[in-house]
Design a protein around this ligand. Structure first.
Ligand code: ATP
Ligand code: MG
Length: 426
């Protein structure tokens, strides 16, 4: 036997049993975003490297050290998408969807970042992204946040997540703040952690995000971003807060919240949880009014967010919030003995699938004696087992075994769907 090839580190298989949770989450999201008029967009997993360099920003962690970049056979530099926003802008603009109109879009799919794999952090992970274009007013920021709150409610997560909000102002405000921050921090350079020292020249805003205790101590006396926010951004932020408050969406203002991607301005937000350890953010986003133009399109205001699917699945599992109906359960297991009964068992199984699309009907394949087939029925977890032998075929009936209490009754084939519907659907 040859050596087995293993999966790439940090890239996970989603196995049967887990996939039903993913489907449940994806289905719930699809239903919620659709109820707000968002339409799905799909774009490739690979793009020209330049898209992310220009979109996400040269000095971000993502572009500096996390991208899967390679030359294709023409020597062109391509990158596995590390996030969806830049691709979404590229695709929507290329199709002429951004000119003189508004768009509400969403997508789901794998993203790739060369990070240190750990719980909630992987090299291939999945995001569900929601982006809106052509609207500059805070009502659309509010709509997106209210949409996420509805999703958490639907999933039973609302009480387990907290909304953190901030405004990082327009570019000029951030530049002024950056200058002041760098001037202040440079005096204490030796006390900063290594990453923060490097960021002093590349991406100083991200220093606010540092988890290092000493760095945080130095930051206590640092100039505050709040004092640099322009009036327009402040008014935008206040209106957003007013709409959220009026809609009973609680939030906390975190003046240190900055995002790791360069395109954000004005509103930024994160939904965080205390249940996942260090990988606490399950959903993050904000406004990015400059990105479309930066990528060569006409200036178009935009705001969006992305959720980490793995983290949400982990959270749902940790809190035991997956409804039974979402699990991959067998409802009816069908066993048969003898050739005529085998044929009839197909007829019966098809009849049930016709009657009720939601039922999972598992017909035993491969023959075997009574004991063996009943063992399989037990193992399947089915609520009911249908038993067919030649006598049942002759009489036009099936034996129905209730696997909960072991009781067995015979039922006319013609009445079977009605009987099971009564039992299973209540
Ligand atoms: P983090 O601070 O956790 O690294 P980020 O700021 O890099 O997150 P974004 O790029 O804004 O995150 O991505 C949005 C969401 O996607 C995150 O909040 C998280 O839920 C998820 N996410 C990001 N990177 C990973 C990863 N490597 N593995 C799993 N999920 C991820
Ligand atoms: Mg990250």
């Amino acid at each position: 036997m040859g050596r087995k090839v293993q999966a790439i580190r940090g890239m996970n298989d989603i196995l049967p049993g887990q996939s039903s949770v993913w489907q449940y989450l994806e289905k719930t999201v699809a239903q919620v975003v659709s109820s707000y008029g968002y339409q799905q967009i799909r774009f490739p997993i690979v793009e020209h490297t330049e898209l992310f360099k220009r979109g996400v920003g040269e000095t971000t962690d993502i572009v500096e050290k996390e991208m899967y970049t390679f030359d294709d056979r023409n020597g062109e530099s391509l990158t596995l998408r590390p996030e969806g926003t830049a691709s979404c802008v590229r695709a929507a603009d290329q199709a002429g969807l951004l000119f003189n109109q508004t768009q509400r879009l969403w997508y789901v799919g794998p993203m790739f970042r060369y990070e240190r794999p750990q719980k909630g952090r992987y090299r291939q992970f999945h995001q569900i992204g929601v982006e809106s274009f052509g609207m500059s007013t805070p009502d659309i920021d509010a709509e997106l946040i209210i949409l996420t709150a509805r999703l958490w409610k639907q999933l039973g997560l609302l009480e387990h997540v907290e909304l953190q909000l901030n405004t990082i102002g327009v570019a000029a405000a951030r530049e002024a703040f950056k200058a002041a921050l760098v001037e202040y921090l440079t005096q204490y350079k030796d006390q900063l952690d290594e990453d923060s020292q490097r960021r002093l020249t590349t991406n100083p805003l991200r220093i606010l995000d540092s988890k290092d205790e000493k760095t945080q101590q130095v930051l206590e006396q640092a100039p505050s971003l709040e004092d640099f926010i322009d009036d327009e951004s402040q008014a935008h932020f206040e209106r957003l807060q007013a709409i959220l408050t009026a809609n009973d969406v609680p939030f906390v203002i975190n003046t240190k919240l900055v995002r790791g991607l360069d395109y954000y301005g004005k509103t930024v937000f994160e939904w965080v949880t205390t249940h996942l350890g260090a990988q606490a953010t399950v959903c993050a986003g904000g406004r990015y009014d400059g990105l479309v133009e930066q990528l060569g399109g006409r200036a178009t205001p935009a705001v969006g967010f992305a959720m980490g699917v793995e983290r949400l699945v982990l959270l749902l599992e940790t809190l035991d919030l997956i409804p039974d109906a979402a699990k991959d359960n067998t409802d009816v297991f069908v066993v048969s003995f003898g050739e005529a009964a085998e044929v009839q068992s197909f007829v019966v199984a098809e009849q049930l699938r016709n009657a009720e699309q939601g039922w999972q009907v598992l017909r035993h394949c491969g023959g075997g004696n009574f004991k063996n087939q009943m063992k399989k029925a037990d193992k399947s977890g089915a609520r009911f087992t249908l038993i067919l032998g030649d006598t049942e075929v002759e009489q036009g009936i099936v034996q129905v075994k209730d696997m909960l209490n072991g009781e067995q009754t015979s039922c006319a084939t013609t009445e079977l769907a009605g009987y099971l519907s009564q039992q299973l659907n209540g």
